[in-house]
Design a protein around this ligand. Structure first.
Ligand SMILES: Cc1cc2nc3c(=O)[nH]c(=O)nc-3n(C[C@H](O)[C@H](O)[C@H](O)COP(=O)(O)OP(=O)(O)OC[C@H]3O[C@@H](n4cnc5c(N)ncnc54)[C@H](O)[C@@H]3O)c2cc1C
Length: 471
């Protein structure tokens, strides 16, 4: 254990009386056991766990409200917990407090097929939601690599491989219910497709990382299953050629559903992990959605663009099982890459730049990584200008952590200089806090702080995340 998160603030005292009251209210849905607290005090980041003092397993908005009111009464921090797949230290209980586990709130409350919406509880995972939609001919497209909860995905403003066509959680959450720190329960948005009624509180909560309130219901957009789907894989001589093919595809206006970049090292990792035999070269995975004719036309256009940029061996995967093998391999890429170096941990970057600067950004990043002793595979949702470098490090070697953080800083600074962002989809958590003012300016961060003060004046909701609290 030698990866402590940067110190943010001291742990707050935790009242024994609060333990008694929570136990009385929640019975066996309350725990102070070390194993349960360790599970809830960590995420998928490189940081060591920081344990909450207790964990409540909520079953309803009323449960969340009861837990929040008790915590507020005793000044205890509250950390909403979805499925624990976040990557930036979001769930570490840096000031102690109570983790509210929402995974038991996993019901679909309604599906409105005519309006293409569903209202769900926050703990339902993206796969569970799609399973529930199976007979409706509809689907929910946002697909982070992990089977994350819709609440967690809303709270981190997540996206995934489909965002280039269907948008991110920002575009796909229509409204939500949230429990605020003072015990008010608010509903934001409606099921209407658009609204000009006042400040957009839905979008304020989407991406708020548990720092403004606990989301207990979410209304999301759904989409009809496309009539035809086909996927393809194409290898390139260089990362720059692959990225140029993507940029040309986007700029030509081909309504591609997915386009993912995987560098040679990442291809090696997924070949090993998922038993594939892809050529170890910079590679693009594509998917096309539409009518049979439009899919054919899109694929033809993209194949020509790929060939024009030196793409070779454009291979089709038209059968559903071939396609899911490919996309499962892509979704498992993170764990596959970790296995390149047994026992390692990873620092993951998540920059996103305007598509016109993507080639420049990845070429400079690749050159930088070549000078590093660390293994650094690259994958990316490149259709959005978003890519991830996984910097694999030996947890016993402080110099490797330092090197990974040095590379991370250079990658972020390069993206910011190109009018990009330090995080396209993973969020800020603890790890990106230093970059927020650089990205938005001090006044913009102060405006965020003012909102936090207005909604959570005692800093109870997931304290120590996104930006430092100032009284
Ligand atoms: C293998 C792998 C691949 C990934 N791929 C992607 C990807 O492609 N795209 C992407 O965007 N992310 C990706 N991620 C990151 C992660 O899956 C997302 O950040 C996801 O949205 C987190 O959801 P979760 O349910 O696990 O949330 P958690 O990790 O449980 O929580 C994340 C944050 O949200 C808050 N939160 C959770 N639930 C609520 C709630 N109901 N109300 C208020 N706040 C809440 C928490 O307090 C915390 O701050 C990946 C992670 C892994 C491990």
């Amino acid at each position: 254990m030698n990866h402590p998160a940067p110190p943010v603030a001291a742990r707050r005292p935790f009242a024994a009386e609060l333990v008694d009251k929570l136990r009385e209210a929640f019975g066996n849905r309350f725990s102070t056991s070390e194993a349960v607290r360790v599970h809830h005090g960590r995420d998928e980041s490189r940081y060591d766990p920081q344990l909450p003092d207790a964990v409540v397993f909520a079953s309803s908005t009323e449960d969340v409200l009861a837990a929040v009111k008790l915590c507020a009464q005793y000044g205890a921090p509250i950390i909403p917990y979805g499925s624990g797949s976040s990557l930036e230290g979001h769930l570490l209980a840096v000031e102690g407090g109570v983790s509210i586990d929402l995974s038991g709130m996993n019901r679909v409350l309604s599906i409105n097929a005519e309006d293409l919406t569903a209202t769900v509880e926050p703990g339902i995972s993206r796969k569970q939601l799609n399973e529930s939609l199976r007979d409706t001919g509809l689907f929910f497209p946002i697909d982070p690599g992990a089977d994350a909860s819709i609440g967690g995905m809303s709270a981190t403003r997540a996206s995934g491989t489909n965002a280039v066509r269907y948008g991110t959680m920002r575009e796909n959450v229509l409204g939500l219910t949230a429990v605020l720190a003072d015990g008010r329960v608010i509903k934001t948005g409606t099921r209407a497709r658009k609204s000009s009624a006042g400040y957009d509180l839905t979008r304020l909560f989407v991406g708020s990382e548990g720092t403004l309130g606990v989301i207990t219901e979410i209304t999301v957009r759904l989409y009809p299953q496309p009539e035809a789907v086909s996927a393809a894989v194409c290898a390139f001589h260089s990362m720059a050629d692959a990225v140029r093919a993507v940029i040309e595809t986007i700029q030509t206006g081909v309504p591609i559903a997915r386009v993912e970049f995987i560098d040679s090292l990442a291809v090696r990792a997924i070949n090993r992990h998922s038993n594939l035999t892809l050529r170890e070269a910079p590679t693009l995975f594509f998917e096309f959605h539409g009518t049979a004719a439009s899919v054919e036309e899109q694929a033809q256009q993209v194949q020509e663009i790929a060939a024009h940029n030196g793409g070779e061996g454009f291979e089709w995967a038209t059968r559903p099982e071939e396609r899911s093998r490919l996309w499962n391999a892509r979704h498992n890429a993170y764990f596959a890459m970790l296995q390149l170096q047994p026992g390692c941990r990873a620092v993951t970057t998540d920059v996103c730049v305007p598509i016109s600067r993507l080639a420049e950004c990845v070429i400079e990043t690749e050159a930088d990584l070549k000078t590093s002793p660390l293994l650094c595979p690259i994958v990316g949702h490149v259709g959005d200008g978003n890519f991830h470098v996984l910097m694999l490090l030996d947890p016993g070697k402080p110099e490797e952590i330092e090197e990974a953080e040095r590379l991370n800083r250079r990658i972020v600074e390069r993206a910011l200089a190109m009018d990009g962002t330090c995080t396209g989809e993973h969020g800020v958590g603890l790890h990106k806090m230093d970059f927020l003012a650089e990205e938005h300016g001090a006044d913009a961060v102060d405006t965020m702080r003012a909102i936090k003060h207005a909604l959570d004046p005692h800093n109870l909701m997931n304290p120590g995340k996104i930006f430092a609290w100032t009284a």
